[in-house]
Structure formats: structure tokens, C-alpha cells
Design a protein around this ligand. Structure first.
Ligand code: ADP
Ligand code: MG
Length: 540
């Protein structure tokens, strides 16, 4: 049989090539996913008795032949009859180029999922299909060189399943390199549910043990009750071979009102480390889709690591659509709630361990409180602030402990904080003498956190430990004796005035001045914040 592929355009393939220009490598994901689908279908049919006899080992082979310049994807799944090839391959699922363009013009955003079989033409001069259905009948051969003409005839191909042979084109030579193919398989097929083997024609060494490139049974599809701590840690290393052991994890497992599985890990974060985003991988039924999970995972949780897998996230639509998608919104809210619940659980049950991890956790929690009011509500209970003595206080605990001494004229609770306990030690010591509690706010997010929480927390005002208004907290007292003579003090004051022109320099030693500090330079809190906000991130 010879015929024309029924699309109402002269040639659809240049359009496919043009639109998918940037992301050619996904052809392999599409073809391997089809092979997985065909294998799974056979398994299902066999289990309900519709496919008779032994189905044998279901495996997928990806075979590179550099001499022939072909790449083949071979499965032992359901296969196709001639009729099925005509129906599923020839009657292309779109009626014309225009519709195709409309459907896929935004698809570049999240990966071109669903483009399917025809993505093979992005990298091939010619594509052949050899297939033999599990049903009665002979084998079939289909071939197409990228024009709308194809060949289709019966053959004696007798291996149940399908073999797709890509004759790789000149511009796509890169896909004739074994390392490149392996890397793509590693990326997209690492957790597919059918074993995938890669081989190169003529490269097989005697006695070498075959190993599939994928783990067909990743932990996120298992029940949490079947898994131990070691399993989660092992899987983490599978995802990030060079990663440090994560602090803890959350196993997501929802089947209503949407499907979502996955494991999210809280990584160790040190202040000095560069923060790495894009560490969460999105899968759809174990097929890797993307590691850009913006909109699906709340922004403040993009620092987490791990995988989420959901068939309910629309994958071939644009970002703007994704944001408004009701499932995506629900998934986003669900993840936020799960994370908050887990943090609260650890805080309640293992407070000391929670505090030990706070250096890493604090960043997520603060970022989340600033950006997500639902999270804020929950996190108010478990946010802790570490004081300069190493003791941790929740907001309520801090308020209670300082109730008597740290309120301003309007009755607001004053949270005294230090952005640099070493530099600000003199002030901290002075506060300590007065029985005040100074908390450390020295990390990346703290400046913004303070500004946001002053708006969100009622009755709370943050005051930096070296601000002039700290003095107003307490009754003015007689000055302490200083260690310098009057003359020396004047000289020092002069020096301060020259060097810190925008500070308020005084020798009037008030209640807060430590004995060893004869001159005190303070900057009004207001001015300091203006400065902090002007110089992005600097100046604290
Ligand atoms: P989709 O996978 O979304 O259905 P594709 O374009 O990838 O779209 O594939 C079109 C159809 O061709 C499939 O639905 C299936 O019926 C058939 N097909 C493709 N590859 C195979 C295969 N390896 N084995 C059996 N059938 C296949
Ligand atoms: Mg497909």
C-alpha cells in the first residue's frame, strides 16, 4: 500500500522542525514513552486474559548503529497491525498545520510533551516502523522520509512489539554519539517503569553484564510505610550523587482530587552556600518532564530538592495557562500545607533537632512566611529566633519572656536584634546587662523578613541593637564611669565624628553604654533602614 498522510498541508515536517528547534532531544523521550506505553498495555491485557500466552520479558532496547547512522527503539509491547499503523500513525492527530501551530506554539515553555511519534522527524531523514501485533496477523513495515508520502506493507517481521528505526539526518549527527544518547536517557528515562537497555552495534564485549539505565521502581511510587530512612537517603543520592545527606523529607501521596506522588527533601543550607534552585524534578507517570517547576511548587519551596509526579499537571500548555489551572493551584496549596504540617510535627515532637536544623530551615520558613499567608499562619507557631546566647524563642515565647522590659511607649513588643553579633558585641553586652534578649538576624533573608513581619505581626516592632531608640526602652540612668580620661574621650569623639558623619556620636553615656565604651555612635533606626533598602542586601 502507498498513500498520503492525511494532513491538510503540503508538508507538516518543516513546521515540526521549526517549532521544536530548541529541544530536539525530546524525540527520544517520546519514542521511549511510546515503547513503555505499549509494554504496559500488553501487561494489562495479559493480566485480564486478553493477551494469551506468556508475554516474556518486557524490555526496551535503544540501539545505536554509527555505521548505518541509525538509532532504533525496540519494544516487546502490544505492537501494531497494519490497520493500527494506518489509524494511529497515518491519521495524524491534527487536521492541519494551522491547528498544529496553535496547539504547540506555547509548548516550548514546559517541554513538548505529547507531540509524540512525529517528533522523530526532528532528527531523521527517514523513519521506519517494523511492528508485529500481539494479535493474529503478519508483521508490518511503514516508512516515511518526511514528505507526506509513506509506504506501508506486510512483512514477515516476527518479533512481537515495535521497532522504530531513525535514519539520523546530517544536522542531528550529535544523536549518533553514544555519550549523548546515554545522557538523554539518563535525564528523561531514569525512572521509567520498564527496563531500558542501551547498546551500540559491534560494541558488545563478551561476558559483560547488561544493566538497564533506569530504576523501574523509584521510591516515590512505593508506600511510605514500606520505606526506611535509608531508602530515602539512598534515593536522594540517586538523584544528586554529590549531595549532602538531606535533613528530612516529605513523601507526597494524594489520589483525590488530583493525583500527586513524590518525595521532597529539605537540603542542608549553609549561609555561605550559593542557593540552588531548579532542583525539583517534575515527572508525569515516571517520565521526566522538566526541572522548571515554577508555578507548580510554591516559590519559597523551590529550594527543596526531590521529585513530584503528577499526570494531572497539563504539560503541553503555556505558563500563563498553568498559573490559572485549578489542579495546579490545588497541588501548590497541598504542597505548602504538607510542608507546614511536617515542620510543625518536627517542632512539636523533636524540638532540639528542629533547632539544630534551623540554620537550614530558617531560610525556607522565613521566605515562606513573607510570601504565603496560609503558610505564615501555621509558621507563626514554629518560627524560632535564636538569641545571642544560643537559646531559641518562638514569637510567643519571646513576647512572654520580655513582657515586662521590652515594650515601647505604644505598648508594642520590641524585638531587639543583631545583624552582626561580633561587631555589635558592645551593644549586645549592654543589653544583656539590662536583661534584654537580643536575637540574631544575620542571614540573607533577615532584612526583608524584618520589614515584612513588622507589617504582618501585630504589636511588634523590630529594633536593631545599636539603634538610638534602644535607650528609650528603659529609664535614663546615671552614666557609668568610663575607662578614658575626659580629654581622651573628647579626642575619640572627634575621631568618630570624622569617620561616621551620618551617625549620632555622643559621650553622654546613657544606661546602655557598656563600661568599656566611652563614646557611642548610633544611627537612627529610620535612617539605617533607608540605607539598607537603598543598597540592595548591603549595609546590615
Ligand atoms: P500518544 O503516545 O500521545 O498517543 P504518539 O504520537 O506518541 O501519541 O503515538 C501515536 C499512537 O501510535 C499511540 O497512541 C499508539 O497507538 C501508536 N504507537 C506509537 N508507538 C508505538 C509503539 N511503540 N507500540 C505500539 N503502538 C505505538
Ligand atoms: Mg506518545
Amino acid at each position: 500500500q502507498k498513500g498520503q498522510i492525511r494532513v491538510q498541508t503540503e508538508n507538516i515536517f518543516p513546521i515540526i522542525k521549526k517549532f521544536l528547534y530548541s529541544d530536539h532531544e525530546i524525540f527520544l523521550r517520546e519514542l521511549v514513552s511510546n515503547a513503555v506505553d505499549a509494554s504496559q498495555k500488553l501487561k494489562t491485557l495479559s493480566s485480564i486474559g486478553e493477551a494469551k500466552g506468556e508475554i516474556g520479558e518486557l524490555r526496551i532496547d535503544v540501539v545505536l548503529d554509527t555505521k548505518e547512522k541509525t538509532l532504533s527503539i525496540i519494544d516487546r509491547g502490544v505492537g501494531m497491525t497494519g490497520e493500527e499503523v494506518d489509524k494511529y500513525i497515518n491519521q495524524v492527530a491534527f487536521s492541519g498545520a494551522e491547528e498544529f501551530v496553535n496547539k504547540y506554539k506555547d509548548a516550548s515553555i514546559i517541554g513538548h510533551f505529547g507531540l509524540g511519534f512525529y517528533s522523530a522527524f526532528m532528527v531523521s531523514d527517514k523513519v521506519d516502523i517494523h511492528s508485529k501485533s500481539f494479535k493474529e496477523g503478519s508483521g508490518v513495515f511503514w516508512s516515511c522520509d518526511g514528505s507526506p508520502e509513506y509506504e506501508l506493507y506486510e512483512t514477515d517481521y516476527n518479533d512481537r512489539g515495535t521497532k522504530i528505526v531513525l535514519h539520523i539526518n546530517e544536522e542531528s549527527k550529535e544523536f549518533l554519539e553514544a555519550a549523548r544518547i546515554k545522557a538523554i536517557l539518563e535525564r528523561f528515562c531514569k525512572f521509567l517503569p520498564v527496563a531500558i537497555y542501551f547498546s551500540e552495534v559491534g560494541e558488545k564485549k563478551e561476558g559483560e553484564e547488561e544493566k538497564p539505565i533506569n530504576n523501574t521502581n523509584p521510591i516515590w511510587i512505593k508506600k511510605p510505610s514500606e520505606l526506611a530512612k535509608e531508602d530515602y537517603e539512598k534515593f536522594y543520592r540517586e538523584l544528586y550523587p554529590f549531595g549532602e545527606t538531606p535533613l528530612f523529607w516529605i513523601h507526597l501521596n494524594v489520589d483525590y482530587p488530583f493525583n500527586l506522588t513524590g518525595v521532597l527533601y529539605f537540603p542542608k543550607i549553609k549561609q555561605s552556600y550559593e542557593i540552588q534552585k531548579d532542583k525539583i524534578q517534575l515527572y508525569c507517570n515516571q517520565v521526566f518532564v522538566t526541572d522548571e517547576v515554577k508555578d507548580i511548587v510554591p516559590e519559597f519551596l523551590m529550594l527543596l530538592h526531590g521529585v513530584i509526579d503528577s499526570p494531572d499537571i497539563p504539560l503541553n500548555v503555556s505558563r500563563s495557562y498553568l498559573q490559572g489551572d485549578p489542579n495546579v493551584k490545588k497541588i501548590n496549596a497541598h504542597i505548602t500545607k504538607k510542608v507546614a504540617d511536617k515542620l510543625e510535627e518536627i517542632f512539636r515532637n523533636e524540638r532540639s533537632s528542629f533547632e539544630e536544623k534551623w540554620e537550614s530551615l530558617g531560610l525556607f520558613v522565613k521566605y515562606g512566611m513573607m510570601t504565603d499567608d496560609k503558610f505564615l499562619e501555621k509558621a507563626n507557631k514554629f518560627l524560632v529566633m535564636e538569641d545571642t546566647e544560643g537559646k531559641f524563642h518562638t514569637l510567643e515565647e519571646y513576647k512572654t519572656a520580655t513582657e515586662a522590659s521590652q515594650k515601647n511607649k505604644e505598648g508594642k513588643h520590641i524585638i531587639l536584634y543583631s545583624t552582626n553579633p561580633v561587631q555589635q558585641d558592645a551593644y549586645i553586652q549592654a543589653c544583656k546587662q539590662k536583661g534584654y534578649i537580643v536575637v540574631k538576624m544575620e542571614t540573607l533573608v533577615d532584612a526583608a523578613f524584618i520589614n515584612t513581619m513588622e507589617m504582618k505581626w501585630e504589636n511588634v516592632s523590630f529594633v536593631r541593637v545599636d539603634a538610638d531608640i534602644v535607650d528609650n526602652l528603659i529609664d535614663k540612668q546615671e552614666g557609668n564611669e568610663t575607662v578614658l580620661s575626659k580629654e581622651e574621650t573628647e579626642q575619640l569623639k572627634e575621631l568618630f565624628n570624622i569617620n561616621f558623619a551620618d551617625l549620632h556620636v555622643t559621650t553622654e553615656v546613657k544606661g546602655l553604654s557598656p563600661e568599656s565604651a566611652p563614646v557611642i555612635a548610633t544611627r537612627p533606626e529610620f535612617m539605617r533602614r533607608m540605607k539598607d533598602m537603598a543598597g540592595v542586601g548591603g549595609g546590615m
